[in-house]
Design a protein around this ligand. Structure first.
Ligand code: FAD
Length: 436
């Protein structure tokens, strides 16, 4: 494929701090780009400049990925394993390591196996055996063992920081360029794409015509409790279901426990910058609950406590744009943000990464002229997976956030103890993925 060897130019070294980021521009000519956003497709040329007087280094790349999150790094690593290089542009000065922990189910682990980082992570994070659901008075409503429901299930809560560092650590040096925030994307009259780096976010999705993610009416506080002398909890997920309020905690490692509190709020609210205030507000929500969760929140360093309004985007057929537009394609939350009620956002971002990398690397290596076709094929395959999951996650959240006392009583006394079966509930974690 002739175009894979075309030259392109971009900033080789991170933007110097002395340079105001708003003067940095990337010009991309028929360049494949993903936003985890990712921009993919063959790069014929990228010209990067701080301003007209600054020298820039150049190097050849096939793919530019915007965002060094889970989706972006997993895609870069999948491509790397398949022999395709990429450049990852990240707005932050370093890996964005806030976000406490993520529960990864077997579909996430199959992808991590395929890209060769799972065993490294397995040594650091506990395998979770099952889950217990309680009411706010401490009564156990139901418990499940994952392997009894599905022998192949694998569940571990993984620190986001360690996951990102592990993925990044396997990439060739200089793959990630920090302090590079995409601010603008335009198509010139001759069809070239132009990216401008500065202040801005979720830009590619907007550029491609996607609606803003929709706030679903709940927010979550999350934190990572620290027990330097060892945490005392068994390896299971604990859920506590109240009225319009639910919480949970899960041991992550021998010294850390992840917790969340999800509450109803008519608006997303303004950002709370004071981390000790976030922790105080989180504790107030559960002040009348059994002390176990309060003790866990108390054992949490303030700066790990975060508050996130929950959002999603439903990818309606024919109404919502496809995942790719020409050389640009979306992966992960940039395409399909979903509520965390099924613990599938990051798992699906990992799935996106391998599916996309295989199709894209195949198109590039086979000298097939249609990289765009590979992107469309990715979008079609993944749409049927992520659209129903986003809806399901939303509905589960709505059910669990009910405030009505009668509905909550039926849920806690009939539905959960007698009707729920975990096996069918976790069928969405089935995903096959061969090594890359
Ligand atoms: C409360 C909560 C709990 C969750 N729990 C789970 C769970 O248990 N299991 C699970 O699988 N998922 C969970 N998720 C979902 C999971 O966090 C996301 O699906 C996942 O992080 C998506 O990864 P991503 O790479 O697409 O996006 P992100 O992780 O958000 O990464 C995007 C990256 O792009 C960068 N970026 C953004 N804009 C620009 C720009 N303009 N220029 C350059 N860089 C840019 C950002 O700085 C960031 O590094 C949870 C989510 C929430 C809110």
């Amino acid at each position: 494929m002739a175009t894979t060897t075309s030259s392109f130019v971009f900033l080789k070294s991170p933007i110097p701090s002395s340079q105001p980021s708003h003067t940095t521009t990337l010009f991309m000519h028929n360049v494949p780009c993903f936003h985890s956003g990712i921009q993919t497709r063959r790069i014929k040329g990228i010209k990067a400049q701080y301003d007209s007087n600054v020298n820039v280094n150049v190097r050849k790349e096939h793919v530019v990925i915007v965002g060094a999150g889970i989706a972006g790094l997993a895609t870069a690593l999948s491509l790397h394993r398949l022999g395709v290089g990429s450049l990852v542009l990240e707005q932050a000065e370093s890996l964005r390591t806030s976000g406490t922990s993520l529960t990864l189910f077997k579909n996430g682990w199959r992808v991590l196996d395929a890209i060769g980082v799972a065993n490294d992570l397995r040594t650091q994070f506990l395998e979770i055996q099952g889950m217990v659901i309680k009411s706010v008075d401490g009564r156990e409503l139901r418990d499940f063992t994952f392997k009894e429901e599905d022998e192949s299930q694998e569940v571990r809560a993984v620190e986001r920081k360690v996951l990102l560092e592990t993925l990044a650590g396997q990439l060739p040096k200089d793959t990630i360029q920090f302090s590079s925030k995409l601010a603008k994307i335009e198509t010139s009259p001759n069809g070239e794409s132009m990216l401008e780096l500065t202040d801005g976010s979720k830009l590619l999705a907007k550029w491609m015509g996607f609606p803003e993610p929709k706030y679903v009416g709940h927010c979550a506080y999350r934190g990572l409790a620290s027990y330097p002398d060892g945490q005392p909890y068994g390896p299971r997920v604990n859920y506590i279901y109240g009225r319009g309020l639910r919480a949970g905690y899960v041991p992550v490692s021998p010294t850390k426990v992840y917790w969340f509190i999800c509450f109803n709020s008519t608006s997303p609210g303004s950002k709370i910058t004071d981390s000790s205030l976030r922790k105080k507000l989180a504790k107030e929500l559960i002040r009348d609950w059994p002390s176990e969760l309060l003790n866990i929140v108390d054992s949490t360093p303030d700066d790990t406590v975060i508050r996130t309004p929950l959002v999603d985007r439903w990818l309606w057929p024919t109404i919502t744009p496809p995942a790719s537009a020409g050389s640009v394609v979306l992966v992960g939350d940039a395409w399909h943000p979903m509520t965390p009620n099924l613990g599938q956002g990051a798992c699906c971002a990992l799935e996106d990464a391998v599916v996309l990398a295989k199709k894209l690397a195949g198109a590039i290596k086979s000298e097939d002229p249609s990289v765009e076709e590979a992107l469309r094929s990715y979008g079609t395959e993944r749409w049927s997976r992520v659209f129903p999951l986003s809806i399901r996650a939303n509905l589960v959240g709505s059910l669990l956030q009910w405030e009505n006392s009668v509905v909550c009583s039926v849920r806690n006394n009939i539905v959960i103890p007698k009707l729920v079966r975990l096996g069918p509930l976790l069928e969405h974690t089935n995903f096959t993925c061969e090594s890359l």
